[in-house]
Design a protein around this ligand. Structure first.
Ligand SMILES: Cc1cc2nc3c(=O)[nH]c(=O)nc-3n(C[C@H](O)[C@H](O)[C@H](O)COP(=O)(O)OP(=O)(O)OC[C@H]3O[C@@H](n4cnc5c(N)ncnc54)[C@H](O)[C@@H]3O)c2cc1C
Length: 386
């Protein structure tokens, strides 16, 4: 799986076999459509259903809910394979986050109703936290879910929502009690098909992540049943979000590592073939040193990711550790794609070269999943506690 790189320490033969299946699937069912889906700014729903049929969406979901019951490291293998082809359009990590919110916090009845559909690909999942007026300061969300008979009425607007065009199931962060701040936040699960008052905005025009269907969402008096409240109790939403963020940040770290590897791989290919002043670009000391530095940073970060994975499996991955991986790994990714683009010369600026897409896609990694400033803040807070 690692090519010129060392393999992740936690990979077993089962992970490798699973990775080979995902790799074949992406090579056969994703890559040939890449240009078309780039133009459409969408990975079609049918692709999700194929992934579901292959068992890729349900690897870490228990068998009783339609999954394969494997450890979450199998999902990381999928994300590594996605990174190998330098893709960010297929919102599989967000979908996995949604599945695991349900697994961790939903009632048995909710799990049985929702997880099999999310696992088969019948449903694509999204999570809607960010609003036009607030992102980092999640407690300030203004979307409300007001009790109405035996359900809720949902009102508000969300923005920058990944998987929004495809989403059949959206976890909406809303205030069930606006007077209570963080303790008034609940997670409301919205089944979007036929939901009156639910509106998708236009696909947002981003500088990267071309195939990703990021959109605004609107809720205008959308009625949802009582069962839409994630879990039994109102006011648990903030706590539920905080519980899952280390995983989300680990997946961003894995994505950063995979993208940096992809950048190094395609740059090595380029500099070994391109000549200037009668010699290969690879023969210039500047090229050699830049790539030696990139490889070193990648391998050093890979060791930290391995540690985070061990901690995840042991149940000890803390918010601070995941924040360290997220900020440092994504800044490393930015440095490496920039240096690699430079080594491509003018071709690096052309979208037909993969390094151009990797460069454009890298920028947002420092922003979403909690900005890198918020990551430093989390780490600093842990220092203040010690
Ligand atoms: C492509 C893309 C996909 C996304 N997908 C999703 C999704 O699926 N679901 C979802 O809910 N959201 C999603 N987001 C939103 C993303 O999580 C937010 O953009 C991010 O959390 C930052 O919020 P903001 O944009 O409102 O910036 P702001 O919070 O307004 O921050 C602006 C700047 O101020 C800084 N700042 C803010 N507070 C502090 C502080 N306390 N200390 C120091 N600096 C601070 C920030 O670091 C940043 O540099 C996505 C965003 C993008 C671009």
């Amino acid at each position: 799986m690692g090519g010129i790189m060392s393999e992740a320490a936690w990979l077993t033969d089962d992970h490798r076999a699973f990775g080979a299946t995902v790799r074949k699937f992406l090579d056969q069912d994703y890559e040939p459509h890449r240009d078309r889906w780039t133009q459409d700014r969408l990975v079609p729903h049918a692709f999700w259903e194929k992934a579901g049929a292959l068992g890729v969406l349900g690897a870490s979901i228990p068998v009783e809910y339609g999954g394969s019951g494997l450890p979450r490291t199998f999902d990381l293998v999928t994300y590594m394979e996605q990174g190998r082809i330098g893709d960010t359009g297929w919102g599989i990590t967000v979908h996995g986050i949604v599945q695991h919110y349900v697994l961790a916090f939903a009632t048995e009845e909710q799990k049985r109703a929702w997880l099999p559909k999310l696992t088969s690909g019948e449903w694509v999942g999204a999570i809607a936290m960010t609003e036009p007026g607030t992102g980092s300061d999640l407690q300030a969300v203004r979307t409300t879910a007001v009790r109405d008979g035996n359900g809720y009425r949902l009102n508000g607007r969300k923005t920058f929502i990944s998987n929004a065009a495809n989403a059949d199931f959206v976890i909406v962060v809303a205030k069930t009690d606006p007077s209570k701040g963080a303790k008034g936040i609940s997670l409301i699960a919205l089944e979007t098909r036929g939901a009156d008052g639910f509106e998708r905005g236009r696909k947002l025009d981003k500088i990267g992540m071309d195939r990703q269907d990021t959109m605004e969402l609107g809720f205008d008096d959308v009625r949802v049943p009582r069962m839409s409240l994630m879990g039994e109790e109102e006011g648990r939403g903030f706590y539920q979000l905080m519980g899952q963020l280390p995983w989300e940040r680990l997946t961003i770290s894995v994505g950063a590592l995979a993208a940096a590897r992809c950048a190094l791989d395609c740059t090595l290919d380029y500099v070994k073939n391109r000549k200037a002043f009668g010699q290969r670009l690879m023969d210039y000391q500047n090229t050699r040193f830049k790539l030696a530095e990139a490889k070193s940073e990648i391998e050093i970060f890979a060791a930290f990711v391995d540690r985070m994975v061990d901690e995840l499996e042991a149940g000890t991955l803390t918010a601070e550790r995941a924040a360290m991986g997220k900020w440092w790994g994504t800044e490393m990714q930015g440095r490496i794609v920039d240096a690699c683009l430079q080594l491509h010369g003018g071709y690096g600026y052309m979208n037909e070269y993969r390094i151009a897409e990797l460069y454009r896609d890298a920028r947002v990694q420092r922003i979403y999943g909690g900005t890198n400033e918020i990551m430093r803040e989390l780490i600093a807070r842990s220092l203040d506690r010690d």
